[in-house]
Design a protein around this ligand. Structure first.
Ligand code: DGY
Length: 322
């Protein structure tokens, strides 16, 4: 009997590929750079399963070109790259990988928060450039973390893991904005659900953890930035399009905002001559929030399980849109 065909759009950790290979014919895109939309369409044409990355656009055109497809398993918790309702209409299951990358991503958010607050990017570059002449009483003076107010937009798993670090370790007061209050988070962290304008006006550190939707796109725009304290720091480890980057550049360049730490940008990758990269008060890393061995292995296992369950018509380990 022929084995079910699966296309995997990049080499993921072996633990996931091995699980798939036990029962499927697995075609892996081996290039370091992502396949084009046309490449994905071509290689998935006769597949029942597609293991995609956040850089792959899974849209109606692709779904229509792949009539045998039964499951799309995203190797990510976010799934804004997938037209989930088009999948659902066609009876194609969609899976993601929540939970296992929570702590790694919260660690990176905290890392960016400190790095931006203490100008680590610029300070490190100055040492490499031979600019370290003496101990500077006024050099690289940053922001204090202890007792500050953390604002979180999107108090889900990752937002609350960051809030836990900031509250337990640095005694921060925690405010959050979003569609619903979370009584468990309120109790555990003394956190408060507040309207967005209040959050923006009161926080010293603002960290974004909301999914990208039409409601959250450019939630941080010029108006939002104007409400923030000039001493505040913005951290984004969610999706680049939550932030209007032109407005962010203006706020950082004019001193309207103290600093930003970005793991995600719009677009990705950011071109090396992008204006944000000329700023001393902006640190940018290449979307590495979940980049730990444990998180990436666990993501690979879940994505593989989602494929295997999807092709045999079982409920996915983590399904979206159903
Ligand atoms: C996700 O999972 O959505 C992250 O952005 C990448 O791990």
């Amino acid at each position: 009997m022929s084995r079910p065909k699966i296309f995997v759009t990049r080499r993921i950790p072996e633990i996931g590929l091995h699980r798939l290979r036990e029962s499927c014919e697995v075609d892996v895109w081996e290039d370091a750079l992502p396949p084009s939309h046309a490449n994905v369409m071509e290689r998935t044409r006769d597949c029942v399963g597609l293991l995609s990355l956040l850089s792959d656009r899974i849209d109606v055109a692709l779904l229509d070109a792949c009539p045998a497809l039964r499951v799309v398993a995203n190797y990510a918790v976010g799934f804004d790259n997938i037209d989930v309702s088009a999948c659902t209409e066609r009876g194609i299951a969609v899976g993601n990988t929540p939970g296992v990358l929570t702590e790694a991503t919260a660690d990176l958010a905290f890392c960016l928060l400190i790095a931006a607050a203490r100008s680590l990017g610029a300070a490190e570059r100055s040492v490499r450039a031979g600019e370290w002449r003496t101990w500077e009483p006024r050099g690289f003076v940053g922001r204090d973390l202890t007792g500050a107010t953390l604002g979180v937009i999107g108090m889900g798993r990752i937002g609350s893991a960051l809030a836990r670090r900031c509250h337990a370790g640095w005694g921060m007061r925690v405010l959050y904005a979003g569609p619903r209050a979370k009584p468990d988070v309120d109790t555990a962290l003394g956190a408060q659900h507040v309207p967005l304008p209040q959050l923006l006006g009161e926080c010293d550190f603002l960290s974004l953890h909301a999914p990208l939707t039409t409601a959250t796109e450019h939630v941080i725009d010029a108006r939002a930035l104007a409400l923030m304290k000039p001493s505040a720091v913005l951290v984004n480890t969610a999706r680049g399009r939550l932030v209007d980057q032109t407005a962010l550049h203006e706020a950082l360049a004019s001193g309207r905002l103290f600093a930003a730490g970005l793991d995600v940008t719009d677009p990705e990758p950011l071109s090396p001559d992008h204006p944000l990269l000329t700023l001393r008060n902006c640190i940018v890393v290449p979307h590495v929030g979940s980049a730990t061995v444990g998180a990436r292995d666990a993501m690979a296992e879940i994505a593989a399980d989602n494929i295997l369950r999807g092709i045999s018509g079982e409920p996915l380990r983590h399904a979206v849109g159903t």
